[in-house]
Design a binder for this molecule. Structure first.
Ligand code: ADP
Length: 715
């Protein structure tokens, strides 16, 4: 084990580095400047904190967020790494005391707000120190093209050039387009830096879009299963925040609220209650944003569709910053589109709202797509994901049925054509429905052959289908405020060239998407959470700094009642063990005795299969159960997942070259039949294959043989 790995275990209590971390650390230790673009929660801090421990002298960390700075320092002190911060929250006495302690060499890591760099006396002070590395956190702030430009970041290069000895520079950010990346390298004067991008994907987040009839009821239902977790509910307007807050307080939920209409004092106290786990639900407008330092947020719900995917991903991304699983749920309703258009029009600063409307349209498409939501997001941000299905979003996880809607699509497309491509969704849907409205009659549309040809559907369903065809690019929605529908080229393929239109429809509502992959003792978890809250209160630090949710969940899985076993818990290093080990061991011991629990040892070193990739891990859990002879339905029940998800796990394993043993007779009797059917009908439409095979062959058998067919024929 090398020195960095030793420190990772000893101080942070982690067994292995995550993707990118070891590389960055090695490069820094070799004296190279670095730029790392890693998503929130990926573990950027450790990339500079570990080298800071190894390099001689001090590491200066420039960070724009005062509250995060305080958390980082608290965190480091908690695990025994000497660190401090300098920002405007310090009194004069505290400030000079801190400077003195820094010169005495009491700290390895010093966090500084960028504004401080504007002061000459501070620069003079820095020149007396031995600074080995300057780390620039949130490095995108240096660029005007980024979303949080901070003019004082431009001062960083000057400061570095005035230091007697040039330190190593390491820059970190979660988001950087090519322009921003270029700015970071040039404006911060990184010298031929080692650059690492691990992508935008936040694998611990489950994305879902739901379209409930009544959002308030949906939230109440959601909270029934999630009331013990911390979460944020974002609403578009202050009024909605107030209403939902009232509704949930009336029902007795521990809830806080936050919006621009509240006094600063009220907002601060609200945020503090939430941070310290005194309330678990925060209802807020997007004013609740920058500087949210709570890392154990288990869900972010968007009560309304936001204006664009940038805002959505940033807000939803506040979930699961501790790396533990978390849910991001968007509740969509078509009236959200009207609200967002209203907000665009109300903003007078820009008379040409084209860009805002384009972004809004992408957001609407996200809500209507039947494809993988994660893939949609990653593609939106310019990545090229290698997967089609992430198995961790509502579109991939739900039980779906593929329906052929070619006929309906033809009806809609030809109706738009007959209306000369000059009208909006509402009127097209009215004509298809056969509305008796005056407008339809006056325009003579009741005479069209497409009038009323979809009368058996509700207008809502017709509208949904039209939105789907827009998302799939058969229809163009032209114009902003009152868009009209026109046909896209690909509509011709459907109308004249027999192209089929397929839609995936959810058949089993999987609305709450419980993330049950890690099974732990929920009762013990609650007891440990209470203990954590009490310790936090005594020490005046937020609970998630005492120990993370992941650590508590592991304790509730492996019941560590010895020091050795406690040290195996992720996030428990020697310092945490010394501070809290005993009290947690005692509490767990008591619980184990009272409940007569059989303890499973946490394996010493996780097998590479199970640690590096939790998705692989979850696949393997299902695979192992399958090979103990359990049926897919039994496994689904045991794991609290849907049958479809378990099937996905097994097929994934098969694709990774693990053997799947179907019942012998299926394997022997039907392989040829199924392969023939695939040759005849293709493998895109399971339903058609199913209809053309004996009843005995089920969907899973078909999926297995499709995978086999692909392996044998397409490899
Ligand atoms: P970022 O700055 O990239 O948003 P953080 O540095 O705050 O992320 O790390 C997110 C969480 O992941 C923290 O709780 C951190 O302790 C944890 N973490 C970081 N590296 C590892 C690792 N190698 N193993 C387990 N957990 C880790």
């Amino acid at each position: 084990m090398n020195q960095s790995q030793n420190l990772l275990k000893k101080y942070f209590g982690y067994e292995q580095f995550r993707t990118g971390q070891a590389e960055i650390i090695d490069q820094i230790l070799n004296g190279k400047d670095c730029l790392a673009i890693m998503p929130t929660g990926a573990g950027k801090s450790i990339c500079y904190q570990i080298p800071a421990m190894i390099l001689p002298g001090i590491t200066l960390v420039i960070s724009p967020l005062i509250s995060l700075m305080k958390d980082q320092v608290n965190n480091l002190n908690e695990i025994g790494i000497p660190a401090t911060f300098i920002n405007s929250t310090l009194s004069e006495i505290e400030y000079s005391q801190t400077l003195q302690n820094i010169t005495y060499g009491l700290y390895k890591i010093v966090y500084v707000a960028p504004e401080r760099l504007l002061s000459d006396s501070f620069l003079h002070f820095l020149n007396q120190l031995s600074i080995s590395m300057v780390t620039i956190d949130e490095a995108h702030c240096v660029s005007q093209w980024g979303h949080d430009f901070r003019p004082s970041y431009r001062q960083i290069a000057t400061v570095i050039s005035t230091l007697k000895k040039r330190p190593i520079l390491s820059a970190f950010t979660a988001t950087a387009t090519e322009i921003v990346k270029h700015d970071i390298i040039n404006l911060l004067t990184l010298s031929n830096p080692f650059t690492l991008t691990t992508g935008f994907n936040r694998t611990n987040l489950t994305f879902s879009v739901e379209k409930p009839k009544n959002k308030q009821e949906y939230i109440l239902h959601f909270l029934k299963n999630n009331d013990k977790n911390a979460g944020i509910i974002y609403c578009s307007t202050r009024k909605q925040v107030d209403q939902l807050f009232q509704c949930l307080s009336d029902k007795g939920y521990p809830v806080s609220k936050y919006h621009g209409g509240m006094s600063e004092k009220a907002r601060n106290s609200s945020q503090e209650d939430f941070t310290y786990d005194k309330t678990s639900i925060m209802i807020a407008t997007n004013a609740f944003g920058m500087g949210i330092d709570k890392s154990n947020i288990r869900y972010v719900i968007h009560y309304n569709m936001p204006k664009d995917l940038e805002s959505y991903y940033q807000e939803a991304g506040r979930a699961g910053r501790d790396g533990d699983t978390a849910q991001c749920l968007l509740l969509f309703n078509r009236s959200d589109i009207i609200t967002q258009k209203f907000l665009i029009e109300r903003n007078p600063s820009d008379s040409n709202h084209q860009i805002e409307y384009d972004k809004l349209n992408d957001m609407i498409d996200f809500c209507n797509t039947d494809k993988c939501l994660r893939k949609y997001i990653l593609e939106y941000f310019g990545e090229t994901p290698t997967f089609d299905s992430c198995n961790n979003c509502s579109n991939c996880l739900s039980e779906v049925e593929i329906t052929n809607i070619t006929l309906d699509a033809k009806k809609i497309l030809s109706c738009i054509k007959r209306m000369h491509e000059r009208f909006g969704i509402g009127l097209v849907a009215d004509v298809l429905k056969g509305s008796k409205s005056a407008k339809v009659k006056n325009l003579g549309f009741d005479q069209l052959s497409t009038y009323g040809i979809m009368h058996e559907y509700s207008k809502n369903t017709i509208t949904d289908l039209i939105y789907f065809l827009i998302t799939e690019n058969y229809i163009n929605s032209i114009g902003d405020k009152y868009p009209i529908l026109a046909l896209n080229k690909s509509a011709d393929d459907v109308l004249f060239h027999n192209k089929e239109v397929l839609i995936k429809r959810k058949i089993e509502k999987n609305d709450l998407l419980p993330n049950k992959d890690l099974t732990f003792d929920e009762n013990l978890f609650e007891i440990l959470k209470t203990l954590r809250r009490e310790i936090a209160e005594i020490n005046k630090i937020p609970p998630f700094i005492v120990l993370t949710d992941i650590s508590l969940k592991e304790m509730s899985t492996y019941y560590p009642i010895s020091v050795d076993n406690m040290l195996k818990i992720s996030g428990v290093g020697v310092n945490k063990l010394e501070k809290y080990g005993n009290i947690f061991i005692e509490t767990i011991q008591k619980y184990v005795t009272e409940n007569n629990i059989q303890i499973i040892q946490k394996p010493d070193k996780k097998s590479p299969k199970s640690t590096t990739n939790s998705k692989e891990n979850t696949n393997l859990v299902s695979y192992d159960l399958y090979h103990t002879g359990k049926s897919i339905d039994e496994i689904a029940k045991i794991r609290g997942l849907t049958r479809q998800t378990i099937e996905n796990h097994l097929i994934n394993c098969y694709e990774l070259n693990l053997e799947i043993n179907l019942t012998k007779d299926i394997q022997m009797q039907f392989e040829k039949n199924i392969f023939d059917a695939i040759d005849e009908f293709g493998y895109e439409k399971l339903k058609i294959l199913k209809e053309n095979l004996p009843n005995k062959v089920n969907y899973f058998d078909i999926r297995y043989f499709i995978a086999k067919y692909k392996k044998e024929n397409l490899a």
